[in-house]
Ligand binder design. Structure first.
Ligand code: 13P
Length: 253
């Protein structure tokens, strides 16, 4: 069985370093007994350096990177810079970035940059809506195939695939809840796509996680029955007690 992972994506929160410090420290102090579960927090870039000093138990992740390695790219942050700061994971292809114009071709270059910098990429995939003819499976297949294009098969299991149905994410207007069955069905499908791209063994070794409004109330359902190796939570990770509760649920399963 693959090690369970619980990831918090803070998105563009909180508004000050003081608040970031408080949120991170308060989660860190309640997880001293956690042994089996990998924990990651992805804060905004500007808090990474400070938070790195606060806990060894919580791994640091970034929410994005740029594909270039160094040079004239105003406003960007490279994978190597993140690595040098102690970042171990980085989210790419989040739907909130895709909505700003990021495409599979950009995500593919970012994945390659992260892998060369020895950072574990967390690749987000997921359809914006569901249709009766199940076209959404093709949407996710295309995302995975295009994002992984040209990546050495043996590196695929180093990538975490996060299934985030956009229609379930808290920032989506009129969102609705996804079920553990929705997650299970898609995680089986994602492994099938990985198996076609690489091999069944590589697909089996690749962590697939679920993200889409996971809270302390439904984390157990997703972790037990959703066919996934972990969860990626947004809003719930902004309240230390809720995030810690999700971690403890993962630890108990
Ligand atoms: P919410 O948990 O706020 O729905 O966010 C999910 C997400 O986008 C995590 O990356």
């Amino acid at each position: 069985m693959l090690k369970k992972i619980v990831i918090g994506n803070w998105k563009m929160n909180p508004v000050s370093l003081k608040d970031a410090d408080k949120l991170f420290s308060s989660a860190a102090k309640s997880i001293s007994k956690v042994r089996k579960t990998e924990i990651v927090i992805c804060p905004p870039f500007i808090y990474l350096e400070r938070l790195r000093k606060l806990s060894k138990k919580i791994n640091l992740g970034a929410q994005d990177t740029f594909w270039g390695d160094v040079g004239a790219f105003t406003g960007e942050v490279s994978a190597e810079m993140l690595y040098n700061l102690g970042v171990k994971y980085t989210i790419v292809g989040h739907s909130e970035r895709r909505a700003l114009g990021e495409e599979n071709i950009d995500i593919n270059k970012k994945l390659k940059a992260l892998l060369s910098a020895r950072i574990t990429p967390i690749l987000c995939v997921g359809e914006t809506s569901r249709d009766e003819s199940h076209e959404y499976f093709n949407v996710v297949r295309t995302q995975i195939k295009e994002c992984l294009s040209g990546i050495n098969k043996n590196l695929i299991s180093k990538i975490i695939i996060a299934y985030e149905p956009v229609w379930a994410i808290s920032s989506t207007p009129n969102r609705r809840d996804a079920t553990a069955l929705d997650s299970r069905e898609m995680s089986v499908f994602i492994r099938k796509v990985l198996s076609d791209i690489a091999t069944p063994a590589i697909a089996k070794d690749t962590r697939v996680i679920y993200g889409g409004s996971v809270s302390e109330r439904d984390a157990e359902e997703f972790l037990r029955y959703g066919g996934v190796d972990g969860v990626l939570s947004g809003r719930a990770s902004l309240t230390a007690e809720k995030f810690v509760k999700i971690i403890k649920i993962a630890e108990s399963i």
